[in-house]
Design a binder for this molecule. Structure first.
Ligand code: ZN
Length: 208
């Protein structure tokens, strides 16, 4: 399988992408890869039940990653609940030996601290990254991968080492080829070459 799009909300079938769903929407199509998680904007009232359900789904072979999960300082429920859900999902990803797709809005310090404190070994993919160079440095130093989408920061992109770089469409209507072409432009690379490199990294991370 050649995965180019590590995070999307478009519907399956989508063979070149990892389709992100919540545990309640888990209804896998044969051959499709998914990430399953609790988004910080939409945390259910009964968090324990949802996490239990996620724990059961997490081991399925079609679940390539946990998430998206994360922390959002601008939107979503109270931070203590977001933190509770994020920590539980990070733990689940670590136990299932699967990567975590991370939603991060203004919570880089918390995310980096948690990853370091816990000695996390599975990849954490910071999705939709368009932050400043200092934040990028913090995330890279903590061992995170960086995924860029349609709203990318073209000035910061060249500072991401290629082995840590992924691409995504997230919730945008743009195709993954359009996203990768824009990234390749910012990197001064040929789009086909960048696509090959991204597919290679995805294959390593998601064991596809
Ligand atoms: Zn998303």
């Amino acid at each position: 399988m050649r995965i180019l799009d590590c995070h999307t909300h478009r519907p399956a079938p989508y063979p070149e992408g990892i389709v992100s769903v919540s545990p309640d929407d888990w209804d896998p199509l044969p051959g499709q890869l998914y990430s399953v998680g609790l988004h910080p904007w939409y945390l259910p009232d009964d968090l324990d039940a949802a996490l239990k359900k996620l724990g059961r789904i997490a081991r399925d072979r079609q679940v390539a990653a946990i998430g998206e999960a994360g922390l959002d300082a601008l939107r979503g429920g109270p931070m203590y609940r977001q933190m509770q859900a994020f920590r539980a999902q990070a733990q689940l990803a670590q136990m299932a030996c699967k990567p975590l797709i991370v939603h991060n809005v203004r919570c880089t310090a918390e995310i980096v601290l948690l990853r370091r404190q816990w000695g996390v070994t599975v990849p954490w993919i910071i999705h939709g990254f368009r932050g400043k160079p200092t934040l990028l440095r913090m995330l890279l130093d903590a061992g995170c991968h960086i995924s860029c989408g349609p709203r990318l920061n073209k000035d910061v992109l060249p500072s991401v080492p290629l082995p840590r770089l992924l691409a995504e469409t997230d919730d945008s209507p743009e195709t993954i080829s359009e996203v990768i072409s824009a990234m390749a432009g910012a990197l001064g690379m040929e789009p086909g070459k960048l696509a090959d490199r991204i597919a290679e990294t995805a294959a390593e991370i998601f064991y596809v």
